[in-house]
Design a protein around this ligand. Structure first.
Ligand code: GCB
Length: 904
């Protein structure tokens, strides 16, 4: 051990000398005499797969990185299952300021996933377990203050390996590793508020009694005296009104013994006629708590908090009440990652998420499934968004004391770090904890496991109630009502969360309302919220023949219409949180967009989907009209004998009636039902101007947009609208946009004069009660999975009645059977494990009788679940059109997609 430290020290010196980079810290903020410096630049990073315990050598492999940083931003998106889960080191040379010698210095990490060891000048200064909370490491005793530039090395080892003692063990999100939230150096007086206990600030403000007439505020805290003498101090707390007026000052004198933590408690003067905090008016009072030298009055430490005055309650029959008024909690859950960044997301983008939630009319955020960046709850306070926060005990537990202890510490950290936020109304601590049931074949042992889960729940419950009796506690369960009731988990928390997916993972949309009624009937005394509900909406997929699990935006709109209505009309449902505010990374997911869970109302880069517009239409008070086109181009087939192509357009609104105009011609009025009206619009080829108008309070309100439409003539040899190109996704009823923004048509049986397949059936997974067509398998080596995931099987021919000329034909194939099947996802709530039967298939393809492809054997080349793309230049003569015939040698021929382009 000793040798390691010596060796490390040697390396550290070497680093300083050769890198020559000394951190210039940016002063981030000052709260009275305490100063925080931003440590986001000049870090060097290296992965350490061997994880020997020693920091890797100095000279090779280190790269410069900025914090926030994750090492998994890209490998979570590649075709290789899994991502780097192991150790990584960060190091920084920190230049000391001379006057810091008399101060106390701390490193504050807002979050690092998930085990951290912090070294200062080669000596271990502290460790932390858990990827989602803040931790503070005192470093003064490890620092060196030399003459001249005094350089100290900070090294941090982070590990995101699987560790059975640390939650989450498994989950439908990615455990990105790294120092992915901000890091600060805090410089404080030796007599300071204590920030080391559970990483909290050391000042806790509660509002034991608030009414419209009066508010009581009390301030508790802990102070540490790290000088060598006991210290006479005055604790001074000042309260400022939301408009900045000083309201009162409370002073308490105390003598702080050396070393010990000193606790204080101040009851502040009651405030008359308080300005209440609410979503409509999130009034924030400023509370400044200071430690002043008892003799000179000089302020030596200070913490500023913004608090809100409000009271609330949940009622099992009537839902939620804030400040005595009923309020339906409507909003979304949020994951913290962002396209291309993983979880290392700048605070400005995180705050934007909350603005996006607010601007769809949301008043509730479920911070799921773990505490997030401090900026999130600060934004909730400012914007008037009520919040629940939870620790990441997801899917399952480990039955060990180490796991329980880590869960308890996470819960304490979450509570104490976030105690002062007025937005928080609920502390949660388990999500779907019985989803991954252990000991399926051993009932007595399973019962024991369930008992252990309930014991852990009770321990977390009583810890939470003791720490903060002012908030509710919550466990979020999946839809297996009987299981959670049997386990006793429905009794333990004050509030239940139900994650419900009727009409998605199974059942029908109509089951949702029935289920809510049933739950209330079974447990009439228990308040609950629908803590999750959602349907995948791949923004590239549209369908006008929607069905469950088709991943189309349109099915998701139908789903959310039903859920919103059912939640809003039942007073006993306190609220709902859509799953999820935005798409998020879940590395082990396959489906239409591998590695991404598409249930967001926003895309991974936060573009609104039509579901987002539906929320705006449903929840906003102001008159709202929005054409539901996310900037996509449309394709359509002209009607027979006509040059116009009918396409469905959805408009989202809270007005009763709307009128739609296409190129200034009225397409008629429609009644808005469930906040949406739709028209079949006879688009012309090219640019089309759309306008929608409704009347609100005697005024016209509307929306306009220009849509670019690529129209196919009904007869492909039409002279009115000459054929140019077409892309068809075989075996697919949907419109699919690819990564070159080409929109692929749905497949159709051959229609004379037009195009389509002859014979064959769409591919369907055996034994899946999820989707009716296609596979959910990751197709390797392409971003256009939806095109390859569907196919015609056993087709005889494919015909396109195009006029004479030269063409570029592209055929797309993929073998959808035979690869080791994706193991059943934990989120496959129908618990259906698929057994896949391999088919040996070899076939030839002919074009108008001439051989085009011989002996196609997809599982041999390119291999299963990989695209095969074949281009051909063709001449069509004598009005023969194109007929592709498929001849089986063994098994059934298949076709996944076809593109045809006229080249003269
Ligand atoms: C759930 C989980 C959540 C998943 C979600 C889904 O019930 O709580 O973590 O992401 O379902 O999309 O399957």
């Amino acid at each position: 051990m000793k040798r390691t430290i010596l060796f490390l020290s040697f390396l550290l010196v070497a680093t300083c000398c050769c890198s020559g980079v000394f951190a210039q810290q940016r002063r981030l903020h000052t709260d009275g005499p305490r100063v925080a410096y931003d440590l986001s630049v000049h870090w060097a990073f290296i992965k350490d797969p061997k994880d020997t315990g020693k920091m890797p050598g100095t000279f090779a492999g280190w790269t410069d990185v900025k914090i926030p940083h994750t090492w998994n931003a890209y490998d979570v998106m590649d075709d290789k299952p899994g991502y780097y889960r192991g150790a990584g080191w960060y190091k920084l040379d920190l230049a000391m300021q001379r006057d810091w010698k008399d101060k106390h210095l701390f490193l504050c990490f807002d979050g690092a996933n998930q085990e951290a060891e912090v070294y200062v000048n080669g000596k271990k200064a502290g460790t932390h377990i858990g990827g989602y909370s803040r931790f503070v490491i005192p470093i003064s005793s490890y620092l060196k203050f030399n003459k001249g530039k005094s350089i100290n090395q900070i090294a941090v080892k982070i590990n995101n390996r699987f560790n059975e003692s640390i939650a989450p063990l498994t989950a439908d999100f990615t455990f990105f590793g790294g120092m992915y939230r901000s890091v600060q150096l805090l410089v404080a007086d030796p007599v300071h508020f204590d920030g080391t206990k559970y990483g909290a600030d050391g000042v806790y403000i509660s509002t034991p009694k608030v009414s419209a007439k009066e508010a009581e505020i009390s301030v508790k805290g802990t102070i540490k005296n790290e000088t060598k003498l006991s210290k006479l101090i005055t604790i001074v707390t000042q309260v400022y009104s939301p408009s900045g007026e000083k309201l009162n000052t409370t002073s308490t004198k105390a003598v702080i013994p050396v070393g010990d933590l000193f606790s204080f408690n101040q009851e502040l003067p009651k405030l008359a006629d308080p300005e209440l905090w609410s979503p409509d008016k999130p009034a924030l009072y400023r509370v400044i708590t200071q430690i002043a030298d008892g003799e000179t009055g000089v302020v030596i430490d200070q913490l500023t908090n913004r608090i809100g005055l409000r009271w609330f309650r949940f009622d099992a029959n009537e839902g939620f009440f804030l400040n005595g008024k009923h309020l339906k909690l409507m909003g979304a859950s949020r994951h913290q990652d962002y396209a291309g960044m993983g979880n290392a997301v700048p605070a400005s983008l995180q705050i934007r998420d909350l603005e996006l939630l607010k601007s769809f009319g949301g008043n509730f955020l479920r911070v799921a499934h773990y505490p997030q960046d401090p900026a999130i709850l600060a934004a909730c306070d400012r914007l008037g968004i009520l919040a629940s926060v939870e620790i990441p005990v997801v899917n399952e537990i480990t039955e060990t004391e180490a796991f329980y202890q880590n869960c308890k510490t996470m819960q304490e950290e979450m509570i104490w770090q976030n105690y002062n936020h007025p937005s928080i109304i609920v502390w949660g601590y388990m999500n779907e904890v019985l989803l991954k049931m252990h000991f399926k074949d051993d009932k007595p042992r399973q019962d024991q496991y369930i008992t252990h889960v309930a014991e852990l729940a009770r321990a977390l419950e009583s810890l939470t109630r003791a720490a903060d009796p002012s908030r509710y506690t919550m466990i979020a369960n999946h839809g297996d009502f009987n299981l959670y009731t049997r386990a006793g988990l429905t009794k333990i928390p004050m509030l239940l969360g139900w994650n419900l997916y009727q009409g998605w993972y199974g059942g029908t949309l109509a089951d949702f309302g029935k289920n809510l009624d049933n739950m209330h009937k079974q447990q009439p005394d228990k308040p609950f919220i629908v803590s999750e509900y959602g349907a995948d909406a791949d923004p590239r997929i549209h369908s006008f023949k929607t069905e469950r699990f088709d991943k189309s935006v349109e099915y998701a709109v139908e789903y959310h219409q039903v859920y919103l209505n059912d939640i809003l009309k039942r007073p006993f449902v306190a609220g709902g949180a859509a799953w999820n505010l935005s798409d998020f990374n879940s590395e082990s997911r396959a489906e239409s967009m591998p590695h991404i869970n598409n249930k967001g109302l926003l895309t991974l880069d936060r573009r609104p989907k039509n579901t987002y517009y539906l929320y705006q239409a449903t929840l906003l008070d102001r008159p709202y009209v929005q054409i539901g086109l996310d900037g996509q181009e449309l394709v359509g087939t002209a009607s027979k004998g006509d040059e116009n192509g009918s396409q469905q357009i959805q408009v989202f609104s809270n007005l009763p009636e709307l009128e739609l105009f296409l190129n200034a011609v009225s397409q008629g009025k429609k009644t808005v039902t469930d906040h949406m009206a739709s028209w079949n619009v006879p688009f012309v080829d090219g640019a089309n101007r759309l306008g929608v108008v409704g009347i609100a309070n005697g005024q016209k309100v509307g929306d306009t947009t220009t849509v670019h439409v690529k129209l196919q003539p009904y007869e492909l040899s039409s002279s009115v609208l000459p054929f140019r190109e077409i892309a068809i996704s075989s075996g697919d009823p949907r419109y699919v946009r690819d990564n070159k923004r080409v929109v692929w048509f749905p497949d159709q049986p051959y229609r004379s004069g037009s195009y389509g397949f002859v014979g064959g059936t769409p591919f369907k997974m055996k034994d899946s009660n999820r989707q009716k067509f296609g596979t959910d398998k990751d197709i390797l080596g392409t971003y256009n999975d939806p095109i390859y995931q569907t196919q015609d099987v056993g087709l005889e021919s494919y015909k396109l009645d195009v006029p004479d000329g030269s063409y570029l034909l592209t055929l797309h194939f993929a073998e959808l059977l035979g690869e080791a099947s994706n193991s059943s996802l934990p989120y496959n709530l129908d618990a259906n494990v698929r057994k896949e039967v391999k088919e040996s298939r070899v076939f030839d393809v002919f074009m108008n009788g001439e051989p085009l492809l011989k002996n196609v054997d997809l599982s041999k080349k390119p291999g299963n679940a990989r695209p095969l793309v074949k281009d051909f230049k063709l001449k069509v003569k004598k009005g023969a059109g194109i007929e592709l015939t498929f001849k089986a040698i063994t098994g059934s021929p298949v076709l996944n997609g076809i593109q045809l382009k006229k080249i003269n």
